[in-house]
Each structure stands twice: as C-alpha cells, then as structure tokens.
Write a protein that binds this ligand. Sequence first.
Ligand SMILES: C[S@@+](CC[C@H](N)C(=O)[O-])C[C@H]1O[C@@H](n2cnc3c(N)ncnc32)[C@H](O)[C@@H]1O
Length: 253
Amino acid sequence: MNKQAKLTLVGAGPGDPELITLKGIRALKEADVVLYDALANEELLEYAKNAEKIFVGKRRGMHKFIQEKIQDLIVEHASQGKHVVRLKGGDPFIFGRGSEELKFVVAKGIEIDIVPGVTSAIAAPASFGISLTQRGVNESFRVITGTRSDLKLSEDVEAAANSNVTIVILMGMSKIEKIVNTFIEKGKINIPVAIIENGTKKEERLAVGTIGTILNIVNEKKLSNPAIIVIGETVKESEVLYSQLLIQKGKTR
Ligand SMILES: C[S@@+](CC[C@H](N)C(=O)[O-])C[C@H]1O[C@@H](n2cnc3c(N)ncnc32)[C@H](O)[C@@H]1O
C-alpha cells in the first residue's frame, strides 16, 4: 500500500496514448487505484501495473456511473491510505468535472494533486493542421459546449454565432442541426467548418465544409461523437496543412 493517501487528477490527453504528460505517467506508475473514463485511452493503464483499475465511464450496455458514486469510490479508497489516480480524457478541467471531484475530496480532508492534460479542444484540430489562431485571420478563439447538463442547446452557441471569433464546440454532434441553423439565422452560411472525430486516435476522421454544407457531410460520413466542431475562417486558412496531412495519414476528407 502507498504511504501517502491522496487523489491525483490526471489528464489522459485527447486519445493518442503518447499525448499524456511524463508527470501523468509517473502518477499512474505510483497509483494504488485508477478510476478511468471512457475517453481515457485504456493503453495508458499498462503504466499502472500494480493498481486496481476501475472503469467509471459510460459504455455500450452499461449504465453511466453517477458522479456521486465516483466521488464516494475515490474517498473510500483514499481513506484506506491509497493513492488514487483519477484518469480523465483530455484536460480534466475542460468540461471534465475535474474540479467538482477535487472539491469533494478536499472537503473530506484528502490531499490532492493535479496533472493537467492536453485538451482535445486544441489537440484534435491541431493534429490535422487546423490552427485555432492565425495572424491576420482571427484574434481569439472560444471553446464552448454544444450541450448543457440539462441536455439543451447551450445559449453560448447563439452568442458565438454573433461573434467573429473562431468557435470550438465540444459535445456538439447531437445538436449539429441546431448549431448550423443558429449560424444560418445570423447570415453565416459560408463560414468554413471542420469536424474532427476521434482526434489523434488511429480511427480519427476529418470532415471539412461550410455552415451550408456540413450537415450533408455529417450524414454522408455518419460522423458522431466524440468530435470537435471548429467554425471560422481559420479552417479555410489551414487547407494547405490539412490537405498535406490527410495525404500523409492516407485518409480522405
Ligand atoms: C465531456 S467532454 C471532455 C473533454 C475533455 N476534458 C478534453 O479536454 O478533451 C467530451 C467531449 O470532448 C470532445 N472530445 C474528447 N476527446 C475527443 C477526441 N479525441 N476527438 C474529438 N473530440 C473529442 C468531444 O466533443 C466529446 O463529446
């Protein structure tokens, strides 16, 4: 048993198992228990040779672990003097409920540590050469969720459609039609759009179009979650890079 009882929240990165940090790997090696999500690449569990591994995500045919149950599990194990690693996809603080879990265990008097991760919001577009900022093209980018916790369309989608910044939408595929319509209502039918499905994983796919064409492309290619939607002129400006990378990766767009 590890001498130090604590929770280390570790960002697993976007999918490619080489996109975890060295510090994340060290935490996994030192773990007594690893609680991991569906988005964390299971290959990473090989680093946690001596740990008990508990899957707490949502998977076909299985119920989603409710948040309270995960928090109870963390406290239960840490209270036994164990080093618990909570492994979450991407960066745990980006739509990952990482801070909720930490606050819960801090309230129980348990020590915490945080290992940031590479978020899919930036890494998935980057892996296809889509640069979220480009000099002379845009001055900022905004990362939003498409779906709120009550499963409704986020009101930030409309605010985003009113602006000229590059928009990166997570958890947006089930709302893609509503998102597209929101942009069309603002007269933005020709704005370039990219969708990166399973970014940085072997099965990654890229689709590129405009607000006006992307729905047909999504249906034709049957694109679904996990996917990142990028909306903005920077997508078009990245064409040379993603075209080259698609050739190198042996993929079509
Ligand atoms: C609950 S959020 C977690 C985000 C995570 N904390 C991060 O920083 O990447 C889940 C959403 O992230 C996006 N996502 C996560 N991994 C992805 C990947 N490899 N490729 C594309 N989208 C991904 C999808 O939009 C997915 O629905």
